[in-house]
Design a protein around this ligand. Structure first.
Ligand code: CTP
Ligand code: CA
Length: 224
């Protein structure tokens, strides 16, 4: 149709996005997870594909699917599986966006058979720290690669987000603000502030996740 699209083309760019939650096995039928819907990550994937990028989503268990044709999805379950796939995909990527809500801890060793209700004391589940996928990619980032992370903070949000960006060697971090009820997990809207490594900060209004995806990609394209 006759409408002018001002957004920069991403033709020729390879974009990798992590999305959704991770599931960490407790036993064959149970896991530790979180409420991430994957909607934000998939919205970025769709918008990048619409702009002509070659897009791969490394996705935890979600019910959303890409709406743009050509978006490749690699389904994983645990943080360790996500790490393996993300490291592999990052090698050939120009842009990586870490939108997944990765579990920080996993059970030390999942029980091999279903934990039963009867018998003795209730079980204690011991946890170990999961690998930090964003930080691992930040360590091996090459010149020309753009690495973007997310942060969800309850207090000192700007300072914490800036620290995270630095610590993980990110070029940009999207602070998901809890300033408004309509933002965050499971919703169709997000309220974000984008901080970039060069010190710039941009605050956005409450928008649909699709519009937020546009803002994030506009910023990425502007910094490359
Ligand atoms: N992230 C990741 N791997 C992890 C944890 C986080 O790749 N094991 C990424 C997220 O996808 C996000 C960014 O790092 O882009 C920040 O995630 P967040 O959970 O806010 O940071 P953490 O370093 O886990 O710090 P916190 O203690 O606040 O949870
Ligand atoms: Ca975390």
């Amino acid at each position: 149709d006759a409408f002018f699209d001002a957004s920069a083309s991403m033709k020729g760019l390879k974009v990798m996005i992590t999305a959704g939650p991770t599931y960490e096995k407790i036993d064959p039928v149970r896991f530790i997870g979180n409420y991430s819907s994957g909607k934000m990550g998939y919205a970025i994937a769709d918008e990048a594909a619409r702009r002509g990028a070659e897009v791969t989503v490394v996705s935890g268990p979600v019910s959303v699917v890409p709406s743009e044709p050509g978006v490749r999805v690699i389904k994983v379950e645990s943080a360790r599986e996500m790490m393996e796939a993300a490291e592999h995909e990052f090698a050939g990527a120009d842009v990586a966006v870490m939108a997944a809500a990765v579990a920080d801890y996993a059970p030390v060793e999942p029980a091999l058979s279903k934990i039963k209700r009867e018998g003795g004391e209730p079980p204690v589940i011991r946890l170990v720290k999961n690998p930090d996928i964003a930080a691992a990619l930040g360590e091996r980032k090459r010149p020309g690669q753009t690495l973007v992370g997310f942060a969800l903070e309850t207090d000192h949000e700007m300072d914490n987000a800036a620290d995270k960006m630095k610590r993980k060697h990110l070029d940009m971090i999207v602070l998901n603000s809890l300033r408004d009820k309509g933002a965050g997990f499971g919703t169709d809207t997000n309220l974000v502030t984008i901080l970039s490594a060069d010190g710039r900060t941009t605050r956005y209004d409450l928008k649909s996740k699709r519009e937020v995806a546009c803002d994030i990609l506009d910023q990425i394209c502007a910094m490359r």
